[in-house]
Design a protein around this ligand. Sequence first.
Ligand code: ZN
Length: 389
Amino acid sequence: MNNAGLDKSLLSQLSTQPRVRDFLARAVAQGRTSHAYLFLGAPGSGKLDAAWALAQALLCENRASSGVGGESGASPSPACGTCDHCQRVSRHTHPDVHYLAPESATGYLIAQTRELLEDVALAPIRAKRKVYIIDRAEQLRANTANALLKTLEEPPATVTFILLGTNADSMLPTIVSRCQCVPFRALSTHEAVKAVERATGLPAQRCRMAFSVAGSSARAIEFLKSADRQEARRSVVRAVDMLAHSDEADILATTKELMLTIHAPLAEVESTQKAILEQNQDYLSRGALKQLEDRNKRELSARERSGIMEALASVRSLLRDVLVQLEGAQSELVNEDVADVVERMCARTTTAGVLHALDAVKTAEWRIARNVTPQLAIEVMLFDIRKAL
Ligand SMILES: [Zn+2]
């Protein structure tokens, strides 16, 4: 049995990647962590979870006293999971852990790298160290990456970079060579869903649906915690269900309502941002506060985008269930909670119709990635799906 402290650390929860977990835990426990890591693996393999877990282990203030895991077979778990730093990291509100994702459809902005470099030079705010998690590092293109290279090679002693990428071949070699690469094994859907079940304690059915909508275990766990995001998915399923009886005006009105439900979860993000801003008001200079506000704005628009993508994924998941049923496959429904909708749709459409409808979803995603207004893209998609089914 582990003691309670060990159970609470994020690193000890990394059960789908035991080798990565043990490797990182050992490095932290021995004080031999690298200044820059590159986590490599397929989407959904748990890279982001591992990055937050490593950040927690690096910042924990009780690290020394919790020591290396007790009994034989237990992995070393250097974070206590309960101190102020550990809790803030697990809530994603620690001011010394920075998460970055590309802020435009084409990749990282030059302004983002510039901001990052300015921030790296500043001392940590609360902890003794700072951690930068750089998601989808393949989208660091030459123009944005060059400025970063020197810092990646020799960051200040208190800074750790954790870059996340799918595979080394799609990344700038100059970046790969400056990082310690950590390979993540690909998880099967079954394993990924199991991880969601373990983390949430919810029935397999709901976890499977959440995974198909959210696309990775980490995001599925968040999805299941958010009533607003689940409501957005239900609304979009309802909208597709009603298409058969909708005229043009109905579809326009439905889309407008859908946009409101999709945007609802943003209120929570905004209030978290506001709280973090208030917490840090006394620590940060005016310039740094301005930067934080700019970053918040961009985070909000990235969240808006991912909410819309989640709505589209909900439609796709529903249509796939219809397809599977029409083809007579014996597999279980992913969207079992709306089995009545699937049944109704099966009764009035054909395989060819569903395939066309799936194309309409793909086209909507493509349009949104190319900056077509989401509302317009979704409207057109609903019209196309109505025609297809
Ligand atoms: Zn701690």
